[in-house]
Design a protein around this ligand. Structure first.
Ligand SMILES: Nc1ncnc2c1ncn2[C@@H]1O[C@H](COP(=O)(O)OP(=O)(O)O)[C@@H](O)[C@H]1O
Ligand SMILES: [Mg+2]
Length: 335
C-alpha cells in the first residue's frame, strides 16, 4: 500500500457534550428511560481508504426516502474492525455507542432493562443501542455473531425499513431517529451461534477486514506504541508479517502487546527492550509464538509446503528475506 493510499482518521480527542455528565433521561409515553453514555476515546484507524469508504457509503442516504444500510465488518480478531467502525463514526461527527454481544445477551439487554432504583421503584435503562436510536448516534454491535437467534430476532424490525424496536419489558415501541446508524462486527473465529439467514440478509453489505500490509502494520504499531524505538517496531512488524504469510492467528493487537510488555521489562531492568522481545512473544503468544519466532512453523498438514523457499520463485522480489533477518528466522535452517 502506498503512503497516499493510507489514511489516518482524524484524531477524535474532543469531548462529547455529555461524556462525563449524569446519565440523561428521556420520556417515551408513560416511561422514563435512563440513557447510556456514548464511548468517548481518541481513536485513529490506519488502513486503505477503500474500507472507510465502504462503511461511509453503506451509511449514506442517497435521497430523502432512502434508508441507510447496516453493514457487517468481518475478519479475524484484532485486525481493527471495532476501531475502524468507531473512527469512521466519529469522523462523521456522531456519538458512538458500543454494545458488546455475548452468548448470554438477552433481547431485553439489547433494548431496555428494568433496574431496581431508589425507593424500590423500577428504573428503565435504555441499552447503548436504544440510546443511539433515540439520540441519532451510531451503534456498533460488537462481535454480533456470539449472540443467539432469539436476541437477533428482537432487532429484525430495526434492521429493515421499519427501523424500530419493541420493548416488552417497558411496553413501548421505540422508533430510530433518521440520523441513527448501526453496524455489526463479527470475528470469523468466534461464532457461538449461526447468524440466522433473515438477519444476515439485513446486515449488508459485508466489509472484509484482512491482515494489514507491512507499511500499514508498522504504522499501526507506531500509532499505538509511539514510544517504541524504531528497531523494535521493525522487529515486531517483521514477526507479524511473517505470521500473516503462514496465516497464523497473530494480529496487530498481539504486536502492540508484545511491544508494550518488552518496553515495560526494559524499564524495570534498565536493559534494552530488544533483550526481552522473545520473552514478550512468549508472554503474549505462548510457546507456539516463541517457536515460530525461532523459525519453526506450527505443524499443520502440508506445512512443509509453506516453509520458506517453497513458495518463492527466483524472480520473486518480495520481502521474505527481510523477515528472516532480525526476527529469528534463518533461510537455511531446516529445523
Ligand atoms: N488498522 C488499525 N488502525 C489502528 N489501530 C489498529 C488497527 N488494527 C488494529 N489496531 C489496534 O489493535 C487493537 C485491536 O483492534 P480492534 O479494533 O479491537 O480489532 P477487532 O475489532 O478486529 O478485534 C486496538 O488496540 C487497535 O488500536
Ligand atoms: Mg472488535
Amino acid at each position: 500500500m502506498s503512503e497516499s493510499e493510507k489514511k489516518t482518521t482524524r484524531e477524535t480527542t474532543e469531548s462529547l457534550s455529555w461524556g462525563d455528565a449524569e446519565p440523561a433521561t428521556m420520556d417515551m409515553g408513560h416511561v422514563r428511560l435512563v440513557l447510556s453514555h456514548p464511548v468517548v476515546q481518541a481513536v485513529s484507524w490506519i488502513g486503505a481508504d477503500a474500507l472507510r469508504h465502504q462503511l461511509m457509503a453503506a451509511w449514506l442516504m442517497v435521497e430523502e426516502n432512502d434508508i441507510p444500510m447496516n453493514p457487517r465488518l468481518v475478519g479475524r480478531p484484532g485486525l481493527g474492525k471495532t476501531t475502524l467502525a468507531y473512527a469512521v463514526a466519529r469522523e462523521m461527527g456522531r456519538e458512538v455507542y458500543i454494545f458488546q454481544c455475548t452468548m448470554d445477551t438477552r433481547p431485553e439487554d439489547l433494548i431496555i432493562t428494568p433496574v431496581i432504583a431508589q425507593d424500590n421503584r423500577i428504573a428503565y435503562h435504555a441499552s447503548p443501542l436504544v440510546t443511539a436510536m433515540l439520540r441519532g448516534g451510531v451503534c456498533i454491535l460488537d462481535e454480533g455473531n456470539r449472540m443467539s437467534e432469539k436476541s437477533w430476532a428482537s432487532l429484525a424490525p430495526l434492521l429493515d425499513h421499519r427501523r424500530y424496536v419493541e420493548s416488552i419489558v417497558a411496553g413501548i415501541k421505540i422508533p430510530a431517529r433518521p440520523e441513527f446508524r448501526i453496524c455489526c462486527t463479527m470475528n470469523d473465529d468466534a461464532s457461538t451461534y449461526e447468524t440466522p439467514e433473515y438477519i444476515q440478509s439485513r446486515l449488508q453489505p459485508q466489509i472484509e477486514v484482512s491482515f494489514p500490509e507491512k507499511d500499514a502494520e508498522k504504522a499501526i504499531l507506531k500509532l499505538n506504541v509511539p514510544y517504541a524505538p524504531g528497531e523494535l517496531l521493525d522487529r515486531a512488524t517483521q514477526f507479524l508479517q511473517q505470521a500473516h504469510h503462514y496465516d497464523l492467528p497473530y494480529n496487530s493487537r498481539d504486536g502492540i502487546n508484545i511491544l508494550r510488555y518488552a518496553l515495560k521489562k526494559s524499564k524495570l531492568t534498565g536493559q534494552g527492550p530488544d533483550a526481552f522481545f522473545e520473552e514478550s512473544v512468549g508472554g503474549v503468544l505462548g510457546s507456539d509464538g516463541v517457536e515460530f519466532l525461532q523459525g519453526r512453523v506450527p505443524t499443520t498438514p502440508g506445512d512443509i509446503l509453506m516453509r520458506p523457499g517453497f513458495l518463492d520463485d527466483d524472480d520473486d522480489d518480495d520481502d521474505d528475506d527481510d523477515f528472516f533477518e532480525g526476527c529469528g528466522w534463518d533461510d537455511d535452517d531446516e529445523k
